[in-house]
Design a protein around this ligand. Structure first.
Ligand SMILES: Cc1cc2nc3c(=O)[nH]c(=O)nc-3n(C[C@H](O)[C@H](O)[C@H](O)COP(=O)(O)OP(=O)(O)OC[C@H]3O[C@@H](n4cnc5c(N)ncnc54)[C@H](O)[C@@H]3O)c2cc1C
Ligand code: SF4
Length: 468
């Protein structure tokens, strides 16, 4: 490192967001990029710690942050890219949408501003694409073994790419009409433009991975057929079951699961036509988003772009603290209040709110009956006389996901599940059925893209060892 005290002289700099009035008129990315020189300066803030917590504790894929920061500072972009690609198949994706666990664990964050690890990652990856350095890595060795990957989210994609590069024939089956899992039909275009995914898929196809869409294992093709025709199977099917809210009035029209809505938004952005009777249209409507997490925030940003009259996001839990609590020290992920770019675009947020009932007129929802809650020792009670109504012509339910215990994948392959209902695997990603492996959200429950990539890579290692 040229200057280990760079952080003393250089302030942390993050890329600017487009102005709210401009960005809410389209679904294009909300955030810009720093220049090459600016990012080299940022790389110089890294202290090259003896024990780099960013890499060893924070980053699930183990990105070699101090090493590539150093290479970047020395203007060795290609070297930095090689280091980055040695641990992460899709750094241009995590560089855009990862919550940056590495930055929370950065030593500089103990009492100051972390290194800009995530934007450094994105800039290196984009330089690689721009310069034509990211090319298909076709294996010259052919193992003659065939692997089926079920699900094309980040776990399935990372595993498929690793396995193809080891010389195995890989087929990815996807029930949806587009590849990418929640990267495609979950995360909105303004956070992750879909051309970024397509670019990688082209690379993977050139490496020999075969993709088949609109094929649902358990419905269109039987697990028995797959077992008989493939040497190994990886289930990377995610957590497809959203948590519902069964309170009186749930049957009214205008109440939808968040992913139904977000999927349509991406389809519209990509030029698909949705029949009018199926279109979830927020235009001119008062929208209530139930659930205070990231999926809810993505709904907020999307309904604002579609011209809603108002949007209120309500959450059962109390408002998190603005600062880390003593019980949540560095380098742990800080459980603090998070305000996304979408929240800055005009949402009202309410905390400690329970939903009791939906009210409707002519079969359509018009109001949500809510109550304020008092939290103590991890449980809540309703505050007497604190009921209130919210106007709601559209309600989006974004309360997380539940394990899919009765999935045809679980019964079809005859798999055991854990106590939560997720697919049970051992430390080698082996399910209870020989030759069938599982990874990603299907095993861990709803999590993060970077964890799915990490588990996809590790499961590919385990499958490769099994095939040998
Ligand atoms: C709205 C939303 C926004 C998010 N934003 C972020 C974010 O900004 N940053 C972040 O890090 N994480 C985010 N996440 C979480 C992240 O997207 C997931 O943790 C990650 O995608 C899980 O990857 P996966 O490969 O395990 O599963 P998925 O991405 O869920 O992919 C599973 C795929 O399997 C397919 N499938 C399922 N069953 C079958 C079957 N029987 N046959 C064939 N195909 C099947 C599904 O159609 C799907 O395409 C978000 C999640 C949501 C819902
Ligand atoms: S913890 Fe922070 S300062 Fe230390 S090596 Fe990692 S990014 Fe650099």
């Amino acid at each position: 490192m040229a200057k280990h005290d760079g952080f003393l002289h250089i302030e942390r700099q993050s890329p600017a967001y487009r102005p709210v009035e401009e960005r809410t008129r389209d679904f294009d990315p909300v955030q810009g990029m720093l220049s090459d020189e600016e990012i080299r300066q940022q790389a110089n803030r890294c202290m090259d710690c003896g024990v780099p917590f960013c890499h060893m504790y924070g980053c699930p894929v183990g990105n070699r942050i101090p090493d590539y920061s150093d290479a970047l500072y020395h203007d060795d972009w290609k070297g930095a890219l090689e280091l980055l690609q040695s641990t992460n198949n899709f750094p241009e994706i995590t560089g855009r949408i990862c919550p940056a666990l590495c930055e929370a664990a950065c030593t500089l964050a103990i009492n100051g501003e972390a290194s800009t690890c995530q934007h450094i990652e994105l800039k290196i990856a984009e330089k690689g694409w721009e310069m034509g350095w990211i090319v298909p890595e076709v294996s010259t060795f052919k193992s003659g073994k065939q692997v089926m990957v079920i699900g094309s989210g980040p776990a399935g994609l990372a595993a498929a790419q690793q396995l193809a590069r080891k010389g195995h024939k890989v087929v990815v089956l996807e029930k949806s009409d587009r590849i990418g899992g929640l990267l495609m039909y979950g995360i909105p275009n303004f956070k992750l433009e879909k051309s970024v995914i397509d670019r990688r898929i082209e690379q993977m196809k050139a490496e020999g991975v075969k993709f088949e869409t609109e094929v649902e294992v358990g419905r269109d093709i039987s697990p028995r057929y797959i077992n008989n025709n493939y040497d190994a199977v990886l289930i990377a099917s995610g957590t497809p079951l959203a948590r519902d809210l069964n309170v009186p009035g749930r049957e009214y029209r205008g109440i939808h699961l968040a992913l139904e809505f977000l999927t349509q938004q991406t389809q519209l952005v990509l030029g698909d036509t949705i029949p009018e009777d199926q279109l979830i249209d927020p235009k001119g409507k008062h929208v209530v988003v139930i659930g205070g997490g990231d999926t809810g925030s993505d709904c907020v940003g999307s309904v604002i772009r579609r011209g809603c009259a108002s949007v209120t996001q309500i959450e059962l839990l109390p408002e998190p603290s603005q600062e880390r609590l003593v019980s949540n020290p560095w380098p742990e992920w800080p459980a603090i209040l998070r305000t996304s770019s979408s929240h800055h675009e005009g949402a009202k947020r309410l905390w400690s709110i329970g939903t009791k009932e939906f009210y409707g007129t002519d079969g359509r929802v018009v109001k949500v009956g809510c109550t304020r809650l008092a939290w103590e020792g991890g449980s809540f009670t309703e505050i007497k006389g604190a009921d209130f109504l919210l106007d709601a012509d559209l309600v989006l339910l974004s309360m997380g996901f539940v394990p899919y215990r009765d999935s045809p994948l679980v019964s079809g392959f005859g798999l055991e599940t854990d106590e939560r209902g997720n697919i049970l695997v051992d430390e080698q990603y082996r399910t209870s059925k020989k030759g069938v492996f599982a990874a990603g959200d299907a095993v861990n429950g709803a999590s993060l893209v970077v964890r799915a990539i990490a588990r996809g890579r590790e499961s590919a290692e385990a499958i490769d060892a099994f095939l040998q």
